[in-house]
Design a protein around this ligand. Structure first.
Ligand SMILES: Nc1ncnc2c1ncn2[C@@H]1O[C@H](COP(=O)(O)OP(=O)(O)O)[C@@H](O)[C@H]1O
Ligand SMILES: [Mg+2]
Length: 269
């Protein structure tokens, strides 16, 4: 199933300018699964064109917050705004069209296609060209040029003609990020982008995320606190479904409640 092609900028979405500072705002967000209150009264304000970290122990509700933002789940209570526009009741497809896009997983790559072809497919999705049988040569050339630019951005030059399945894991992650980036999202949601990476891949992938974040908004769930400290502008800490702290890395990491939450959950790191 092909995801919807999003538009790049807030302008295309007919967005109101009432809250230009915040790309995403959640107010009193709640999600219960039966008796489990996974997300409870979460207020989250993500400034446009920043990298916002969402951290917290396993089971804190981080992925559920992402599912609420992408409308994969409906909130039990609360509202979600995109540049001031209430998107609480929009469909997942409409939210994707606004440019709020969650990163694809490595498992969503086409394993036996080349790196370049994986990117061309992602770009076709964006252009909404996937359903067209015939394309003028000019648009195909444009796609190829853009695919090559993306390949250069993510440092996959020498892998361009290799099948995705042949790539080392860190390079697969770079390709996965590139296929998301190809959609030119306004807001990129990354759920544990460092998970499973070898030590030597962590810094380059962190730098890649920072590069991709230029001119757009990134919300990133991440357990690797060194990465969070290095690239996140602001951090929200979730514990048992509630935000317990928010601010710069230095402020948040000095917060006694955060220290207690992390010390009480040493197994998570
Ligand atoms: N679809 C679901 N059905 C039932 N419980 C769920 C579902 N998704 C998440 N949960 C529960 O909600 C809580 C938060 O989960 P999650 O958002 O995945 O946490 P995190 O991403 O911070 O590790 C956990 O207790 C989890 O078991
Ligand atoms: Mg999770």
């Amino acid at each position: 199933m092909l995801p919807e092609a999003p538009t790049a900028s807030a302008q295309h979405a007919g967005v109101q300018q009432a809250e230009p500072a915040y790309a995403i705002r959640a107010e009193g967000l709640c999600k219960s699964f039966g008796l489990i209150s996974a997300v409870h009264e979460v207020n989250l304000s993500v400034k446009g064109e920043t990298i916002h970290g969402l951290i917290g122990p396993n089971g804190a509700g981080k992925t559920t917050v992402f599912n609420l933002l992408t409308k994969t789940l409906l909130p039990t209570k609360g509202r979600i705004f995109f540049h001031g526009r209430d998107i609480t009741t929009l469909s997942p497809a409409d939210v994707a069209r606004l440019g709020i896009v969650r990163s694809f997983q490595i498992s969503a790559l086409f394993p036996h296609m080349t790196v370049r072809d994986n990117l061309r497919i992602a770009l076709q999705r964006r252009a909404g060209l996937a359903t067209q049988f015939w394309l003028p040569m000019r648009s195909l050339n444009r796609l190829d040029d853009r695919a090559d630019e993306l390949i250069a951005t993510v440092g996959l030059g020498k892998f361009a003609e290799r099948q995705a399945v042949e790539l080392p894991y860190g390079r697969k992650r770079a390709l996965e990020l590139a296929t998301t980036f190809a959609l030119d999202p306004a807001v990129m949601l990354l759920d544990e982008p460092m998970a499973g990476l070898a030590h030597e891949d962590i810094e380059p992938i962190g730098s890649l995320i920072k590069t991709m974040a230029a001119g757009r908004t990134v919300v990133m769930i991440e357990h690797n606190l060194n990465v969070v400290a290095r690239i996140c502008d602001r951090i929200s800490v979730l514990q048992r479904g509630e935000i317990i702290a928010e601010g710069s890395y230095d402020a948040v990491s000095a917060d006694p409640q955060v220290r207690l939450a992390y010390m009480g959950n040493e197994d998570d790191e």
